[in-house]
Design a protein around this ligand. Structure first.
Ligand code: GLU
Length: 472
């Protein structure tokens, strides 16, 4: 299918993300949201957030908040909504009433016991269990008398013949025979509308042009198309995105580690890395692995959504995150890393400016957690282990260290001049780099391994360095 240009949608593209608030915003949901959002943004359309909270048993306010938080963290801003289905009940009832009045739906009084018996008999005959239409009005058909004291459900009059076809943006043409569908309950005996029905009323009322969702909904689509037709709605275009598999090829689940988007925030991933990585899970733009949000919006199309399931690859995500950490503004990184250090040491008053520290450390870090850990070097309470000192600060190196300290008073306190001084002290005393660099590290940081010693000394500042070196 060819990519539609913005002008192909005279009233503008309108997409929605319609999560059910029954847990956190998981990776699959976030990716669906991202695709629907990117498609709307690409076409300068409208992105709608709809909370499908009619499953009152499983929906929670915390889960709603988790969705809003996740969307905000990823910066997938919506233009309309959030709409809550529970707040639209009067509208659904109104549509049910209209469909009843128009003969597009009907009351069914069959009791659960009766329906069980019906299905049992069907199975015994080797048939697929389905509602047999016993309360479905037909011209010339005599319906049973409604039993006393029973509230009926409302069923949709699904077409008996013909088929439902749509050209799925991802899966291509799909056709389902109407004979495979029975008359769906659209309102329960207590009057509450059912899931598929609410989705249809909403997609219609919200004038959705493109339904982009997980392919676990593919089976709902023919039913929804029939209901939408009965509502006189213009049909949206559907695109069903394959699920995400874990690295082992099984459906992605908790077993594979974090599946909540906010857990990745917690674990130190940057939202732009997450967006970039999620976009590549099931969509491609040539060989491009790294792209900006602007490029994603410019490039996003449905032609390059992949038909096959995408596989979650934590190593690649870490690589993408490292790329964005390297690119990120140091002050921003410092603000993100500071609370992580404070959480460990209680405060971060002393020590060099954190933005300079992260600038030095960030290149090799895959997450903010690693960046915080690497930065601890500059903030941990100063203490040199006696054994470490005994091992590395020999009597022969002490005068060399003092010589270094004496000369260090006079140089410009910059990485380059510190390095030049170290080299000249080494030359003067006939030593090799590690013979001085390791004792300096031990005395100044309490550790034998740090990034480049000149950079570390620069960041600690001359006063701290001289004081610690002279304590040898
Ligand atoms: N509420 C559904 C879900 O969370 C999505 C429905 C839809 O996109 O049509 O899976």
């Amino acid at each position: 299918m060819s990519q539609a240009s913005p002008s192909s949608f005279p009233n503008g593209v309108r997409t929605r993300f319609a999560p059910s608030p029954t847990g956190y915003l998981h990776l699959g949901g976030a990716r669906t949201a991202l695709f629907a959002w990117a498609f709307a943004r690409h076409h300068r359309g409208t992105f709608i957030l709809r909370i499908e909270d009619t499953d009152v048993e499983r929906s929670t306010p915390e889960a709603v908040q988790a969705i809003l938080d996740g969307m905000q963290w990823l910066d997938l801003g919506h233009d309309e909504g959030p709409f809550y289905q529970m707040q639209r009940m009067p509208r659904y009832r109104e549509v049910v009433a209209r469909m009843l009045a128009e003969g597009k739906a009907y009351h069914c009084y069959a009791s659960p016991v009766e329906l069980d018996a019906m299905r049992e008999a069907q199975r015994a005959r080797g048939e697929k269990p389905r509602y047999d239409g016993r309360w479905r009005p037909e011209p010339g058909k005599q319906l049973p008398n409604p039993p006393e004291g029973i509230n009926p459900v409302v069923r949709f009059r699904n077409p008996l013949d013909g088929e439902v076809s749509w050209n799925d943006l991802v899966k291509g043409p799909i056709t389902i025979s109407n004979q495979e569908m029975d008359d769906l309950i659209i309102a329960r005996a207590d009057g509450t509308p059912t899931y598929n029905f609410c989705v249809c009323v909403d997609d219609h009322d919200m004038a959705i042009t493109h339904v982009i969702r997980g392919d676990d909904h593919v089976n709902n689509t023919p039913r929804q198309i029939n209901i939408l037709r009965a509502l006189g709605a213009e049909l949206p275009t559907y695109g069903h995105v394959p699920m995400i598999l874990g690295p082992d090829g099984e459906k992605l689940s908790k077993r594979h580690g974090a599946v909540s988007v906010m857990q990745y925030a917690e674990d130190g991933y940057l939202p732009e890395a997450m967006i970039n990585y999620l976009a590549r899970l099931g969509w491609s733009h040539g060989d491009d692995e790294l792209f900006t949000r602007e490029q994603l919006i410019e490039w996003f199309d449905v032609d390059h959504l992949t038909k096959s399931a995408a596989q979650w690859d934590p190593k690649k995500l870490a690589w993408v995150n490292n790329h964005y950490i390297k690119l990120a503004d140091n002050q921003r990184l410092a603000d993100l890393v500071r609370p992580r250090i404070v959480a460990i040491y209680g405060s971060i008053e002393s020590g060099p400016p954190l933005d300079q520290v992260v600038a030095l450390m960030k290149d090799r870090c895959e997450t903010l957690v690693q960046l915080a850990e690497a930065s601890l070097l500059f903030y941990h309470p100063y203490q040199v282990d006696a054994a470490l000192k005994a091992e590395h600060i020999s009597e022969t190196i002490k005068p060399v260290l003092q010589d270094f300290a004496a000369q260090a008073e006079a140089i410009e306190w910059k990485r380059e001049s510190i390095q030049a001084l170290i080299k000249s002290v080494l030359a003067k005393h006939g030593l090799k780099m590690p013979q001085l660099a390791v004792p300096l590290r031990v005395l100044v940081t309490g550790r034998t391994q740090t990034p480049s010693v000149d950079a570390v000394l620069e960041l600690f500042g001359r006063d701290v360095v001289l004081e610690r070196v002279r304590s040898a």
